[in-house]
Design a protein around this ligand. Structure first.
Ligand SMILES: O=P(O)(O)O[C@H]1O[C@H](CO)[C@@H](O)[C@H]1O
Ligand SMILES: O=c1cc[nH]c(=O)[nH]1
Length: 243
């Protein structure tokens, strides 16, 4: 049973989907970390795969750039494919002095200049937050791997090229740990349709200092983020099983 954007049959997706913005990163995750991965979506080249990680079935699919795009894929995964957990594995920009390129940040909450959550929340300010247990398990997985993480408020921007030159200073002052373009929308969709969501990002550039990650460093640092996300799923399973 396809949707307008996903050709997979019902049952093709695992109950947990890792979601990078970039579909090529989805393919990389499938080829690098999953066993017996099979491609289940190619519509619009938004590649999706299902395979196993340490014996656990897991899916990975790109969600594109921006809240409108992630909202479509997250909604269809939840309502048409019974997906219960969505973990964004993205890149983000840094604005704070104590956050640097290569750092891993976890989005406990997500502020935004997008109006989507007000649209769905009757004009009120919806506190877009990650699932507590998924977030906790990501933090614990990072600690076990010896990867320091910063956990806090992400800013999901509608505009990558924002003409408001003073916005960055406000984001710094309010302690935003990373600037990206989807988490607030993902959290809103998860709340609306009853799924659990989390966001883990690797800092690819520092918006104030102008630093950015080389492609080589990007590959290895992103691998740390992927294993944090994958191991957090196993921890979440263990908790649900009462272990
Ligand atoms: O690397 P991804 O996951 O796409 O995330 C970030 O990169 C894109 C902008 O370049 C936006 O999607 C932003 O959220
Ligand atoms: O959305 C993004 C992603 C990386 N860096 C940014 O400044 N913004």
């Amino acid at each position: 049973m396809a949707t307008p954007h996903i050709q997979a049959a019902r049952g093709d997706f695992a109950d947990t989907v890792l979601m990078p913005g970039d579909p090529i990163r989805a393919r990389y995750i499938a080829e690098t970390f999953l066993e017996d991965a099979r491609c289940i979506n190619e519509v619009r080249n938004m590649y999706g795969y299902t395979g196993t990680y340490k014996g656990r079935e897991i899916s990975v699919m790109g969600h594109g750039m921006g809240i409108p795009s992630v909202s479509i894929y997250a909604k269809e995964l939840i309502t048409d494919y019974d997906v219960k957990r969505l973990i964004r594995v993205g890149s983000c920009g840094a604005v704070r002095d104590d956050v640097a390129v290569r750092d891993v940040v976890i989005g406990l909450g997500a502020s935004t200049d997008s109006g989507v959550n007000r649209t769905r929340f009757r004009g009120h300010d919806f506190a877009a937050i990650a699932d507590f247990d998924l977030t906790r398990h990501a933090v614990d997985a990072a600690a076990t791997q010896g990867v320091p993480v910063k956990v806090g408020n992400i800013f999901s921007a509608d505009l990558f090229y924002n003409p408001d030159a003073e916005l960055v200073e406000t984001l710094r002052r309010y302690g935003i740990v990373g600037v990206e373009m989807e988490a607030a929308g993902l959290y809103g969709v998860a709340a609306e349709f009853g799924a659990r969501a989390a966001t883990i990002c690797t800092v690819s550039d520092h918006i104030v200092k102008g630093d950015s990650l080389s492609s080589e460093a990007r590959a290895t640092t992103f691998d740390e983020m992927m294993t944090i996300a994958l191991d957090s799923v196993l921890r979440d399973d263990a908790q649900e099983a009462g272990a």
